[in-house]
Design a binder for this molecule. Structure first.
Ligand code: SF4
Ligand code: SF4
Ligand code: SF4
Ligand code: FES
Length: 947
């Protein structure tokens, strides 16, 4: 079946089929299918304008009329379902006449500028005019028309030209049905009807710039500015978004060697043709002028950079690593792999570290985000990954979202979740802040918002489980059949204790006991309960405990092992799941196998021809501490910006300053690169082959759209470094790396580029038992055999409020920006978020004399920074909130060194602070400004010298 073909109406799934005749052809389709779709599936095409197969039929344009034998009139084929035995005609002289009449009316109120229109040749209106044989328009422009309507060009990425609008409502329906934002309406009636973004400019409206309306528009009314400026594409390459863990599939549409549009792929397993503002529009960073494409070296961070050849840069980096290891020992160097790079690139970085450096000093950004997920789920269920595919949510009856903000962090999945919620699924939000899903999304209202105090996650989930155990809401049958009895009995005894009751904990948590009881009853009583969680769970001193408590709750209610249920970590970066799978942790080989396991180690030693260490290496915090104490001296950091993303910035920068050789491989001179001695320019996702693995364990192809501007894909650079160090690697293509992954990793045994090209994407495990992959895990038994309950004692964080630091600061992110912002800050997305703000409750603001927009000093035990105030009731009294997308904000200057007991994941979500009105930047911010200006000039000077 043609991947791009538009069948007019959505596919129907039904047990029964219906047979009919269309233009003399016998056609059999599922019951409920429209005549339009049945015709399209038989290879016939009925003219249409208001119908498209991503939206429910609407029946407004009257172009798709057909004749049905024995029925009166000319029904619209998009809204008329098939019926057994009917005989349909799609082309008769009468139908042709009617369609021409309809088209004539449309064209008579449409500018006749086709030849100069940006979508000339790619316009459904133009196609349909040709299709129905319209050659002449009898009505002139003398009458009333819309041709003088004013264009709205406020959105940075697309324009709205009402003079070209045929009021087909596809945009309005796309915004409702696909995106779930309801930003558009049709105002007025008859001739006065027009599309309206709530009587506002697009930029000021509720629009979140997902682009679904632009994609749905059959005319040039809503159109990408890139198409207007650069023209229509001449080819496309299917690849995967490099932003978040949803892993949307896109067609990169290209003209020459320029991307002119990113179109979400209809067959994308994770996104089914939808996208958010980042994936669809924010690719401009790949060609931003700040990108560095020539290697640079220097002896000291006080020196200017010197641009050098690749040979020189690699040789210098290798000689430094050798010198340092000779002087300080084999363990004095280490690597950080990138969760933005491909699986193949991560694989070679950990291989270089283990086999080339000869140690296990490899870590990744998951250390600061989802390492507790890996630990907690492995312990309880036996596998360090989410249990479901995204589509599973469409079978959930109650959804619990804990410490996640899907509409901002995982927008395309949020649209799917909202669709299910509009169908009637219940919603429980556990979050200190009023995220959009609580009450700010049209037609969605959380049944319960458990607005807990930051840092009390474990107490809250223990209280929920207490209710389930003590009120007889356990799924005893599931537990008996699927879980370890002894551990369950211990847990039941523990959780039943009075100290875990809602009444005992309500003051600590800040939620009335009865509300907790009601929420617990709701979760346990619906047939399918699913839990989705994010960094609000993991980035705590009890992050791993909380992940285990979530798994306990899911097992206790029998909500594992089928569609509609499960434990679902919403992974942050595009390939954070993959970077963990590929062995980026210092204690685990790829596939989460401990380095001390002799059999596994021997397998890798044999395959890699190198002796490997059996002791875990340093985690990132260990590397930093060891650097400060003088024993860790060199770091190879690929596509990660620890100077911005990791806690206690001053500690991180001090550690980087203490090293003798910091090698940074990145697109930009990021914050970490300002402390580097070797800069190896990286390649963007558009310039490489490989794979990303999303939050559903879905491995998706990344395919080269253009040649790397720096000359190499990232894995090739690592290979050059490895060869220069004397550990040979000789891959010719990224697919050969995946072949090695498959040979050495049982859960990836069946994965290959060839298979990915055939299937589009694969969810691991993919092996002999599951050759097509595994959408739902733990179906008949857990990966570890029986599920294991863990005691989850609530231990309050040591980060306490007191008179000096009376507020708790917590952090999160925003839709338009992405993590440290290195990419999105270099796109037009800055239109929505130019700076990080501190959200503060009106009471707290008033007490401190703070007004909206004032500069506010935020002081913690670790440091101080200054941000502008945003006064809002979204945060509760006693809590302030900020994002961390801009380095000068210094959000991590104030976060502390506290971390998860099991994994060292930092406690980003709880920092005791004081805020007060100030008039100038903090000391750190002033120093930062001077330092970064100097470093940027060093890079510019080196470029100027060579040019
Ligand atoms: S861009 Fe998305 S949110 Fe904005 S109006 Fe279009 S569909 Fe709605
Ligand atoms: S803007 Fe496009 S999709 Fe929306 S009503 Fe007009 S023509 Fe249809
Ligand atoms: S939801 Fe995530 S993966 Fe999808 S387009 Fe947006 S940023 Fe990219
Ligand atoms: S396509 Fe059927 S009425 Fe418009």
């Amino acid at each position: 079946m043609d991947d791009t073909k538009d069948f007019g109406t959505p596919k129907k799934v039904a047990d029964k089929t219906v047979s009919l005749t269309i233009d003399g052809m016998n056609v059999t389709v599922p019951e409920g299918t429209s005549i339009m779709r049945a015709a399209a599936e038989a290879g016939l095409s009925i003219p249409k304008l208001c119908a498209t197969d991503s939206l429910d039929p609407f029946g407004s344009c009257r172009l798709c009329l057909v004749e049905i034998e024995g029925r009166r009139g000319y029904p619209a084929s998009c809204t008329t379902p098939v019926a057994e035995g009917i005989n349909v005609k799609t082309e008769t002289p009468k139908l042709e006449d009617l369609r021409r009449g309809v088209m004539e009316l449309y064209i008579s109120d449409h500018p006749l500028d086709c030849l100069t229109c940006a979508t000339n040749g790619d316009c459904e209106l133009q196609d349909m005019a040709g299709r129905v044989g319209l050659r002449d328009v009898r009505y002139g422009y003398e009458g009333e028309n819309h041709l003088d309507s004013i264009k709205d060009e406020t959105n940075p990425y697309f324009t709205f030209d009402p003079s070209k609008c045929i009021v087909c409502s596809r945009c309005v329906r796309a915004c409702e049905e696909v995106q779930g934002t309801f930003a558009l309406t049709i105002d007025g009636r008859g001739f006065e009807s027009k599309v309206s973004a709530g009587n506002k400019d697009f930029l000021d409206s509720e629009c979140v710039s997902c682009g679904a309306c632009v994609q749905a528009c059959p005319t040039a009314t809503l159109i990408e500015k890139s198409i207007i400026e650069q023209g229509t594409p001449d080819r496309k390459v299917t690849t995967t978004c490099a932003y978040c863990g949803v892993g949307c599939s896109f067609d990169a549409e290209i003209q020459g060697d320029q991307v002119v549009r990113m179109s979400p792929n209809k067959n994308g397993g994770a996104n089914k043709g939808h996208s958010c503002v980042k994936g669809r529009f924010a690719w401009g960073y790949t060609t931003h002028k700040d990108r560095i494409t020539t290697p640079m070296i220097r002896k000291s961070i006080k020196d200017p950079w010197q641009q050098v050849s690749w040979e020189e840069a690699i040789s210098y980096a290798a000689s430094e690593i050798k010198r340092i290891q000779k002087k300080y020992g084999v363990n004095s160097v280490g690597s950080i792999s990138s969760s933005r790079c491909t699986n193949e690139e991560v694989w070679v970085v950990q291989k270089l570290t283990r086999a080339g450096f000869g140690n296990n000093n490899i870590d990744t950004c998951a250390r600061v985000c989802h390492s507790p997920t890996g630990y907690g789920l492995k312990q309880t269920l036996g596998e360090s990954a989410g249990t479901q595919e995204f589509d599973s949510v469409m079978k959930s009856d109650v959804i619990m979202v804990i410490g996640a903000n899907p509409t901002d962090g995982h927008p395309v999945f949020a649209s799917q979740m909202k669709r299910r919620l509009r169908q009637g699924a219940k919603l429980i939000i556990v979050d200190p802040r009023e995220i959009d899903l609580v009450n700010n999304s049209v037609h969605i209202k959380a049944d319960y918002h458990l607005k807990l105090k930051p840092g009390t996650n474990v107490a809250t989930i223990n209280a929920l489980s207490h209710v389930i155990v003590t009120e007889g809401l356990l799924d005893e049958e599931f537990i008996k059949a699927r879980c370890e009895k002894e551990d369950f009995d211990l847990w039941r005894e523990f959780i039943s204790q009075d100290k875990n009751s809602p009444e005992s904990l309500e003051e600590e948590i800040g939620i009335p006991a009865e509300t907790i009881r009601q929420a617990a009853r709701l979760f346990a009583s619906e047939p399918n309960g699913a839990i989705y969680y994010g960094l609000g769970v993991t980035e705590h001193s009890q992050g791993s405990t909380m992940v285990m408590a979530i798994a306990n709750l899911a097992m206790a209610t029998g909500n594992i092992g089928r569609e509609g249920v499960g434990v679902n970590p919403l992974r942050g970066q595009n390939n954070v799941q993959g970077s963990c799978d590929m062995g980026s942790f210092p204690h685990e080989f790829p596939g989460y196998r401990h380095v001390s396991d002799d059999i596994t180690r021997k397998t890798f030693e044999d395959a890699w021809g190198a002796k490997l260490q059996g002791e875990p290496g340093f985690r990132i915090p260990n590397m930093l501490d060891e650097a400060i104490s003088g024993t860790f001296k060199a770091l190879y950091c690929e596509g990660e910006d620890i100077a911005q993303s990791d806690p206690n910035t001053q500690h991180v920068t001090h550690a980087l300053e203490s090293m003798e050789c910091v090698i940074v491989q990145d697109l930009f001179l990021n914050e970490t690169a300002m402390y580097a001695h070797v800069f190896l320019p990286g390649s963007s996702f558009l310039e490489k082959n490989g794979t990303f693995t999303n939050a559903e364990r879905r491995i998706s192809p990344v395919r080269k759209v253009m040649k790397p501007k720096n000359g190499y894909e990232d894995w090739e650079i690592t290979q050059l470094l490895s060869n220069a160090l004397g550990y040979p690697m000789n891959y010719k293509h990224a697919s050969e790396i995946m072949d090695e992954v498959a040979r050495l990793t049982p859960t990836f045994k069946g994965v290959s580029f060839k298979k990915l090209d055939e299937l589009g994407s694969i969810q691991w495990p993919c092996n002999d038992e599951a050759p097509q992959g595994t959408p739902t895990m733990h179906i008949d038994e857990f990966v570890r055999g029986k599920g294991k309950f863990f005691i989850t004692e609530y231990v309050p964080t040591s980060e306490k409020v007191n008179a000096k630091f009376p507020l708790i600061m917590t952090t999160g992110r925003i839709l338009s920006q992405y993590n440290v912002g290195a990419q999105t800050r270099r796109t037009k997305n800055v239109a929505w978020h130019k700076e990080d703000l501190v959200e503060i409750h009106p009471h707290d603001a008033e007490e401190r004399g703070i007004n909206e927009g004032d500069w506010v000093g935020i002081t913690s035990r670790a440091g101080e920074t200054v941000l502008r105030a945003l006064i809002t009731e979204r945060v509760q009294p006693g809590v302030v909130y900020t994002t961390f997308h801009h380095p000068e904000s210094g959000a991590n200057v104030i976060t502390t060194d506290n971390s998860d007991w099991a994994t060292n994941c930092p406690e980003f979500k709880v920092t005791a602070v004081q805020v007060s009105k100030v008039s100038q930047l903090s000391g750190w911010q002033k120093n930062y400004k001077d330092f970064s200006k100097k470093q940027i000039n060093f890079a510019k000077e080196s470029a100027a010298k060579i040019n």
